[in-house]
Design a protein around this ligand. Structure first.
Ligand SMILES: Nc1ncnc2c1ncn2[C@@H]1O[C@H](COP(=O)(O)OP(=O)(O)O)[C@@H](O)[C@H]1O
Ligand SMILES: [Mg+2]
Length: 440
């Protein structure tokens, strides 16, 4: 067995320190080198014991955890920190990350959560170390400790950045809030996976403030995209995957931050990195968005191979779709990049498909039937209707969207990838205004 992870525990409550020791008692790869009851004691012990990872309580009487982290990391930059707090207070999370904490655990947490956090931050630190051999063959044996996925060298694919892209990135964008974008996205993801069981399908909740993909799929999550922020430079594909939760369908999901206040930590650069890493290991990446042309949303739209523009037969939705096509054209997107899905479709509506196509001057890729009851039950039960009612019209329509997107994607990639080299997309996008009107 290779070296153990040297851990220092810092918490002002002796019982908590004892409980943490018990939680880690059976972990052969983690050695508790000491425990400190205050910030100043932690600083002294860190100097003396040189731990790899420090598990730090946030609320301590003399010196709080954030200040302690700042002091220790200025002296011992190689030490990794995991912050613990009683409640997931957003302000703490943000400040801890700024101070240098890599992970944030909300008490009470399980032994599994704690161990995987410790291993993850340690593995990241290992990769950062210049002396570490980049391709050391640390093969995991069958049944070897759970450390293996984190400590094994980055897989060859994980080194693949956006150039070596393999996955197809499909983003859903509603021409208006409430048209059913998130509903469509999660159902299309599950449908794609059931049509192509060998395909790896990822869902990323790009509605960073109010994302509800986790709710729509009834997922219990401990991590979200925001956990990538502190280590975005060193993160590899495995790390991103360790933050994802697997839905019963097999689809892997990277959820939005649990607090809207964290949304702005997920910058366009973070999103770009996430997509580059996911592209290496997935066949399809489906991204939900919120109706807005903010910088993060624009960066998602830029990265997408296909934008599924979701509309309904309501006039504002149709009007906004026209506006969106104009914006897409001015942003230099190829025409085939934006595909229209007409949701909540009822053949008895006064506005028909023909009229909509005439008005928007773009073909409707597919319609998805209105089914208020199934759509509502699916949300309330957290089970996508394509799984619970695969034969219903609404589900059949989704399956059709999924197969159209996957087949259309193949043709489109051939024509799109090549020209994008000779005609690079606008880079360093300062603002939507700048990009549309040539300024900056
Ligand atoms: N095809 C449909 N038929 C009936 N109701 C639908 C359909 N698609 C979505 N809905 C309902 O529309 C509402 C908004 O859906 P949601 O996916 O949250 O929209 P968005 O992400 O565009 O804001 C939800 O109540 C959802 O159940
Ligand atoms: Mg939504």
């Amino acid at each position: 067995m290779s070296e153990k992870i040297r851990l220092l525990i810092v918490d002002d409550i002796p019982e908590t320190r004892e409980n943490l020791k018990k939680l880690l008692f059976f972990e052969n790869d983690i050695e508790i080198v000491g425990d400190a009851g205050s910030g100043s004691e932690a600083i002294e012990m860190a100097r003396r014991l040189q731990p790899d990872v420090i598990l730090m309580d946030i609320n301590m009487p003399d010196m709080d955890g954030i200040t302690t982290i700042e002091r220790i990391s200025s002296e011992l930059p190689h030490v990794q920190f995991i912050m613990m707090s009683v409640q997931g207070e957003t302000d703490y999370l943000r400040r801890s990350m700024l101070a240098g904490a890599r992970e944030f655990l909300v008490k009470p947490f399980t032994a599994e959560e704690l161990c995987s956090s410790i291993r993850r931050v340690y593995a990241l630190a290992e990769r950062q170390r210049p002396a570490a051999p980049p391709t050391a063959p640390v093969q995991a044996q069958d049944g070897a400790a759970t450390v293996a996925p984190f400590l094994s060298p980055a897989s060859p694919e994980s080194a693949v950045e956006s150039d070596g892209r393999r996955a197809k990135l499909i983003c859903a964008f509603g021409s208006k809030g409430g048209v059913g974008t998130s509903t469509l996205l999660v159902n299309v993801a599950v449908a794609l996976h059931s049509q192509q069981p060998n395909a790896r399908v990822a869902v990323v909740d790009g509605d960073l403030q109010f994302g509800d993909v986790g709710v729509l799929l009834n997922l219990e999550t401990t991590h979200s995209i925001v956990d990538l922020v502190p280590s975005v430079e060193e993160a590899d594909a495995q790390f991103v995957e360790s933050l994802m939760v697997t839905h019963t369908s097999g689809v892997k999901v990277l959820t939005a931050p649990s607090s809207p206040a964290d949304a702005d930590l997920v910058t366009p650069d973070v999103l770009k990195k996430v997509f580059a890493l996911l592209r290496a290991n997935f066949d399809y990446i489906l991204v939900d968005t919120r109706t807005s042309l903010s910088e993060p949303v624009l960066s998602i739209l830029d990265e997408a191979d296909t934008i599924l523009l979701v509309i309904t037969t309501e006039i504002p939705a149709i009007k906004n779709a026209k506006v969106f096509f104009d914006v897409a054209e001015q942003l230099g997107y190829p025409e085939s990049k934006v595909q229209l899905a007409l949701n909540k479709y009822n053949p008895r509506d006064s506005i028909g498909v023909e009229a909509i196509q005439g008005s928007i001057r773009h073909p409707v890729l597919a319609t998805v039937a209105e089914d208020i009851r199934l759509a509502r039950n699916a949300v309330n039960q957290g089970i996508p209707f394509v799984s619970s009612h695969p034969r219903a019209q609404i589900s059949q329509d989704i399956f059709r969207v999924a197969s159209l997107l996957s087949s259309q994607q193949v043709e489109q990639k051939k024509e799109d990838v090549a020209p994008s080299k000779s005609q690079p997309k606008p880079k360093g996008r300062p603002s939507l205004f700048g990009r549309l009107f040539g300024g900056s």
